[in-house]
Design a protein around this ligand. Structure first.
Ligand code: SF4
Ligand code: SF4
Length: 336
C-alpha cells in the first residue's frame, strides 16, 4: 500500500511539475525571496489514521492506515519542545485524536504553556469510543480548527462521504454546548475548501454566509472561517489526474499567482513534523516526501537547532502555486 501510494505520488508530482514553470524561478522573476522567520508554529502530524476518506485529502488518510505516532517519538518531541518553546503547537493528521497518546500529549504541552490547536474533522467527536473528547479539549483550553467544506449537506457528503454532514453538525453542537465558539477562551474556527478544481471565494463574504446559514438552520456559532485552497497533492492530485483536470488546475493556480501572498506563506514560520519525528517545511511537503536533511539523513526534530534552522532553504515545487494563488492559502486561511 505505502509503495503504491509513493509511486502514485511521484507520478502525479511529475505531471504537475510538467504543467507549471518552476516555483523558485517564478519567485525570482517577481523579485520575491522565500526566507524563514522565527518559528511560531510547531505543526505535528500525528499520523495517517482517520475515520474518514475525503476526496480532497492531501494525506491519503483513512481507517486502514497504520502510520501513527508512538509514545517514544512523542517523548523526544516533548523533550525538544521543553528547550525550544515555539508559541503554538498545531496537531493534525489524519485524525490526530486517534493517536493513542493524543490526550497525554495535549496535557503535557498545555502544562508547558503551549497554545495548542487541534485540527479536527468534527465527526471524531461523536464517534463511538471517543466520548469525553470534546470535554477534554475544553478543559485544556485547546483551540479547535474544524473542517466544514459547506453549510449544506450535499457538498459535504460528496466530498467527505455519506452521513458526514449530519455527524459534523452533531460535533459542532457538542462543541457549542461546551462553550466553544461562545466563550472567548474556547476558539472554534471552521475550514472551507472548494469542492473540486476551483479557487476559494472571498473569505470574509463566505464567513458571513456560513454564520447566517449555520445559525439559522442549526443554531450553531463559531469564530472565524478559514478558506483553504486544495493543493495538488496526494489523493486530490490523483483525483485531478484521473478526471483529466490536473493540467487545467495547475494553469488556474499559476495564472493566479499573487506575489503579495509570498510574505504570509506558512512555511516561513512553521516547523512541520511527521509521525516519525522527521521535519519538513509544511504538511504538504511532508506528504510529498520532501524531507529536510542533515547530511544524507532526514533531519529529526530533536536534532533541530533553532539558530541554524533559519538558514535551511525552504524546498518548493509545483504544488506551492496552491499557496500563492488569489488571496493565498495557509493553515490559517487566506493570507492577503
Ligand atoms: S481530509 Fe482530514 S478528515 Fe478527510 S480523510 Fe483527510 S485527514 Fe481525514
Ligand atoms: S506548499 Fe509548503 S513550501 Fe510550498 S509555498 Fe506552501 S507552505 Fe510553502
Amino acid at each position: 500500500m505505502t509503495r503504491t501510494v509513493s509511486r502514485d505520488t511521484t507520478r502525479v508530482r511529475n505531471a504537475a511539475e510538467a504543467c507549471a514553470p518552476p516555483f523558485a524561478a517564478t519567485l525570482r522573476e517577481q523579485g520575491k525571496a522565500l526566507t524563514r522567520a522565527a518559528p511560531q508554529v510547531l505543526q505535528l502530524n500525528l499520523g495517517k489514521l482517520c475515520n474518514l476518506t475525503c476526496v480532497h485529502c492531501h494525506v491519503n488518510a483513512g481507517p486502514g492506515r497504520k502510520e501513527i505516532v508512538q509514545r517514544e517519538t512523542l517523548e523526544k518531541i516533548v523533550d525538544w519542545y521543553a528547550a525550544n518553546p515555539v508559541p503554538t503547537v498545531d496537531l493534525t493528521g489524519g485524525a490526530p485524536e486517534m493517536a493513542p497518546d493524543f490526550r497525554w500529549l495535549v496535557a503535557r504541552l498545555r502544562k508547558m504553556g503551549a497554545h495548542v490547536i487541534d485540527r479536527s474533522n468534527l465527526t471524531i467527536l461523536v464517534e463511538p469510543g471517543y466520548e469525553g473528547l470534546g470535554a477534554f479539549l475544553a478543559a485544556h483550553r485547546v483551540e479547535i480548527i474544524a473542517s466544514m467544506p459547506c453549510y449544506s449537506p450535499d457538498n459535504v457528503n460528496e466530498q467527505r462521504g455519506n452521513g458526514v454532514f449530519d455527524d459534523s453538525i452533531r460535533g459542532l453542537r457538542l462543541l457549542n454546548s461546551l462553550g466553544y465558539g461562545i466563550d472567548p477562551d474556547l476558539s472554534l474556527h471552521l475550514v472551507y475548501n472548494p469542492n473540486g478544481p476551483k479557487l476559494p471565494p472571498d473569505q470574509d463574504e463566505l464567513e458571513a454566509d456560513y454564520k447566517r446559514e449555520l445559525s439559522k438552520h442549526f443554531g450553531i456559532e463559531f469564530n472565524r472561517l478559514y478558506t483553504i485552497t486544495n493543493l495538488p497533492v496526494a489523493r486530490f492530485a490523483s483525483w485531478l489526474k484521473r478526471n483529466g483536470h490536473l493540467e487545467d488546475y495547475m494553469k488556474l493556480l499559476v495564472g493566479n499567482f499573487n506575489p503579495a501572498a509570498v510574505d504570509g506563506l506558512m512555511c516561513r514560520d512553521t516547523i512541520s513534523v511527521d509521525w516519525q519525528g522527521n521535519t519538513f517545511d509544511c504538511d504538504f511537503n511532508q506528504q510529498m516526501n520532501m524531507h529536510l536533511r542533515a547530511g544524507n539523513n532526514p533531519l529529526k526534530l530533536w536534532d533541530v537547532d533553532l539558530a541554524a534552522w533559519k538558514r535551511i532553504p525552504i524546498r518548493t515545487a509545483a504544488h506551492c502555486y496552491g499557496c500563492t494563488a488569489g488571496a493565498g492559502s495557509s493553515c490559517g486561511g487566506a493570507v492577503v
